[in-house]
Design a protein around this ligand. Sequence first.
Ligand code: FE2
Length: 375
Amino acid sequence: MWLLSVPRMIAFGEDSLNAIATINGKKALIVTDNIMRKLGYINEVTKKLSENKIEVEVFDGVEAEPSEESIYRGLEVAKSFQPDLFVAIGGGSSIDTAKTIWVLYERPDKRVDEISPLEPLGLRKKARLVAIPTTSGTGSESTWAMVITKDGKKLELASREVLPDLVILDPRFVYSMPKELIADTGIDALTHAIEAYTSTWRNEYSDALSEKAVEIIMKYLPKSYRMDKEAMEKVHYAADMAGIAFSNSQIGIIHALAHSFGATFHKPHGRSVALFLPYGIKYNSKAVSDRYKVLAGKAGIGDLYDAIINLLRDLNEPLSVKDLGITEEEYFSKMDELVSKAMESTGIVANPRMASDEECKKIFEYAYYGKEVDF
Ligand SMILES: [Fe+2]
């Protein structure tokens, strides 16, 4: 049996913030970071909620790569305000934080690391969730995953119940993204689609969404990087499609390597994913070169690997760990940690090629020097 899990409703288009009117609630806790306030997004959403007679409180303590401690700080705000609605505004960190606070708010008997996809949580007795992404990448608004950092490791938590009741893809909320963030998050989205397409858990639904997402991202991400608004809007929807795709299939070794690297060297998720994308594709091509050909054919891009290298160059992404300014000594002294964290990651489980510790170490080594994976 396969299950397809998606948000209850996805509103998209320039007036999609109005969809808030379809949600009944009395008290909304906005979960966000202070940059969103500076950009004016919090005011705009607060105004819209107030028009619908919903009282608003804001928790703007979301951290990049959110820690467990930041979750508990938000939980305290929720406990005293008692919302019946959580409104996450921001990138994946804000949305993952809101999902996790929501779970603990409804289930005070649980700890963060006890959230499991195998155990029903019984959410929605107290509150529901609206997600408004302001980056086009993580897909968190449409996935049932939460990534939280604890003791220097990424906890990859999941529950189908945390899928939002309403997702708002209003392109106006991504027009202020800085160029670097457009590139990093766009490549993250592209990687979600590619890994979902080659995972051993892939299925017809995830395939369909991956194909469309790759086609759109390969075509429009370079224009989006140059701040073309129409292209930014297209990539915003494609990133959400890629989120639904991997949430209903699985990520793979690229995310496993990136999660490990990002947690060890404190690098943002999208940047880490972009770094390991070409290495993971080369490694997996021994197992799924036919799938890569089909995907590239659907997207009309020739050879997938070559097209991606060109795209990464166009977006000024670093092509090796060395390019990021991490010294050889610093990197290789942490090799055992890098390998063990990657091998523990969910991305390893359904990757089309079963990686050994030794192979994983070799990929990390190749990625440092920018050497093409040839094994
Ligand atoms: Fe990702």
